[in-house]
Design a protein around this ligand. Sequence first.
Ligand code: ADQ
Length: 496
Amino acid sequence: MVVANRLPVDRVENPDGTVTWRTSPGGLVTALEPVMHSHDGAWVGWHGAPDEVLDPFENDGLELVPVPLSAQEIEDYYEGFSNATLWPLYHDVVAPPEFRREWWDAYVRVNQRFADRTADVADQGAVVWVQDYQLQLVPQMLRELRPDLNIGFFLHIPFPPTELYIQLPWRDQILRGLLGADLVGFQLGGGAQNFLRLVRQRLHLETRREHVHAADGRTVMARAYPISIAAASLHELASSDATAARAAEIRADLGEPKTLFLGVDRLDYTKGIPERIQAFGELVAEGRIDPDEAALVQVATPSRERVEQYRHLRDDIDRQVGRINSDVGRIGRPPITYLHASYPREEMAALYRAADVMIVTPLRDGMNLVAKEYVACRQADDGALVLSEFAGAARELRQAYLINPHDIDGLKETMLEAMNAPARIKSRRMRLLRRQVFEHDIEHWARAFLDDLNRVVQGKVEWPSRPVVGSGGGGGDQGELHGPAPSRHEHGSGQD
Ligand code: ADQ
C-alpha cells in the first residue's frame, strides 16, 4: 500500500454530469505509478476536493482509498504546515518558514486521519509505504494502531542540516513520527546522515552506521535511495514518429533556432527559474547569444497558487520575461517563450526531444526528475544538460554541466560552453548520462527500497559491529540486532 498526500488521479467532470478520474502529473505520481501497477497495490490519499467524503474506488486497475480534508484543513495542514513551514525549512530556508501552532495542530490531526484510514484497510502484515513531508507522523501513528504492518517511509525532498532543522518547534515529534517506520528512505546519503545525527542529539538514541535502536527495541534503518524515472517507457514515447513530428514542429514554430534552450519546472521558488531567465537575458543583452540563432522555452506548471510566496513568484517571472522580451526591441519572435501551463506526457517528450540544451537550476532540490527525463528522451548521444549542484540528481549525473545557480556569471559561461561544445564532447558526456539513467530507473529504486524494507522486517539486517580501535584489536561483532547493552549509547562520543 502507498500512503501519500494525494491520490494519483484528478477528477474530470464530463459535460453529461458524470465524473471520471484521470491519472495526474507530478513528481511523486510519475515515480510510483509503474511500481504500484506491477505490485497490485492500493493507494491511500486525498482525492483533491474539499469537504467531500468518498468511498474507495478503482481506477486503471488501482484501488484508491480517499481521505477527506476540509477546506480549513487544506489551508492549515497542506498550504500552511506542509508548504509554508516544512517546504521552505527543508529546502535550506530559501524562503522564510512560518511557524504557526494552529497549522501544527491541523498537521497532527490530518496525519492521524491518514493513519486511521490506512489501519482500517491494510491486510494483516501488509507492506505500507508512506510518502513524503506531508505525512511524517503517520509511521508512528500507524505502528501504534497496527504493529503487524511493515512500514517504510520515503522523503522526496531534502532532509535539512541539523542547524536548520532544529528551528522547528515540533522537531522531536517529527523525528519520533519517522522512527515509527522500519526503513526511512532519503534521496541522498547526506539527508540520512542529518536524520541519524538528530536522532542521536535530540532523542538520545543509539545509532550505528545506518541503524537506530528505537525506544521500543526495534532496529530502524535510514538510508539513501535516489529516486528515478521510468526511463525505457519515456524513451519509447520520445522515439515515436508522432513525437518526432511534434518536436520538428516546435522547432519550426520557434523559427528553427540553431540552439534551443529548455527549462521545465513546477513553478516553485526552489527551482531557480528567475536565475536562469536572468542569465539568458544577460547573454542576449550582451550580444553573446543572438536571438535569431537561439531561443529559450520555459515551461512552468502552475503550483500551490494559494500560497502567497508562489503568487509573488509568478508575478516576478511574468515581469522578468516581459522586460527581457521587450528590451530586445525588434519585430519578430521573442527570445523567451514562457508557458505557464501543465502539458501531457507526449508534449513534454516532444519538448525534451526538441531541446539542445536543458537548463535545470534549482537552489535546492531533493532529486529533480526533469534532468533525468531529458536524458531519457535523447535519441542519440547529443544534447547537453546544465544542472545545479544543489539538485540531488547532480550526485549521479556527474557528466552534466554542473553549475552553482547563485553564480549568474558562472551559469552564463556554462550555458555558452554547453551551447558551443564540440559534438564529440557532448556525445561523450551524454553517453555516460544515458547509461546512468537507464541502469538506475524507477524499478531499480523501488526494488532497492522494498528489498531493504523486507530485510529489516525479517530481522536480517545486522546491527553493525563497532569499528576496531587500535591495531589488532579483536573488535568483531559485539552483539545481535535487538536489545543492545546500555553501554552502547553513543551520544557524547564525539561522532557529531
Ligand atoms: P517536484 O518538485 O515536483 O518533485 P521534479 O522531480 O522535477 O520536481 O518533478 C516534476 C515532474 O513534473 C516531472 O516529472 C516533470 O515532467 C513534471 N512536469 C514539470 N512541469 C510540467 C509541465 N509543465 N507539464 C507537465 N508535467 C510537468 C518532488 C521533489 C523532487 C523529486 C521528486 C520525486 O521536489 O526533488 O525529484 O519529488 O521524488
